[in-house]
Design a binder for this molecule. Sequence first.
Ligand code: GGG
Length: 356
Amino acid sequence: MKQLNKHNIAIIPGDGIGPEVINSGLKVIRRSLRLDNISIKEKVYNWGSNYYKKHQLMMPKNGLEKLKQHNAIFFGAVGDEKIADDITLWGLRLKICQGLDQFANIRPSKYIEGIKSPLDKKIAKNIDWLIVRENSEGEYAGSGGIVHRDLPIEIGSEVAIFTKEGCRRIHDYAFKLALKRPRKHLTLITKSNAQRHGMKLWDKMFYEVKRKYPTIKTEKLLVDAATAVMVNNPEKIDVMVATNLHADILSDLASALSGSLGIGATANISTDKKIPSMFEPIHGSAFDIVGKNIANPIGAIWSGMMMLEHLGEKKSAARIFKAIKIYANKNGPFTPDLGGIASTDQVTNEILKLLD
Ligand code: GGG
């Protein structure tokens, strides 16, 4: 039977272990789609730190225009030992997220039987969270600068920017996601006791949007208290909405509590249907383990699954999640971050086998 070629995907493997895990993710999504008689059109963009070393840019000037020709972007990681982290992050990942206005960053964390959490199993079993990260402004607005450079009186400012519309749209997105989940519960993460301006606007817009969603139960938690609740009482949380920086930190914690940073997945969503959304593992380039074939591919595979869901390929996506669950339930084999000795390839092959 002729295969349907429906989706045109941009692939940016990026730096460090990015190419290794993206390779695994692609194998898995291609195979799952093929079982549904669908193929994807792929275009690889070798942007990132190696590109920077030749061109002093992390991606070409017309990079965003090129990406707009695709239905989705599958991204690996960014970061290099020899280039300052702010150059690599701002030159690629943030340039894409902010340039394409992918303002909602969605980060699921779920306990999966078989994957060992640092928490007691009785507690870890209750992890089923969705972190909604504001992805366009806040602490990552890029507002600030250095004055009196290199003098003894040098100062640096880093101004978090919260706009009314930026707060409104991310809260609205979070309420809509909470509405789709059985518990219908949304936690507002804030720090408005200490940060009295931007964070107060953040809170105010939450309660304004809340009026539209009378069936959603809500709770407000200070970000510091939220870390303790996540560790001690994971059942108290369902969906959380948090600022760019707070959610970045909380989602690393969430991933570690559900097993490892290596299994965290994320979607950077643009609600404009003409603009592609971007899917990536939450981990970075991890240059300490590059080329060792031990990077955990689950985060990339899970991100690929989120991309298929987003593209409407629900059946292929559900098959991937089922394979991940069976793989974990029968004890792997796991990569070292999850306490095993398996290679990236072994894990990938195991999941491919389970798809069939
Ligand atoms: N795949 C995600 C990635 O490469 N992240 C690199 C990083 O440094 N991220 C920091 C951030 O996005 O806040």
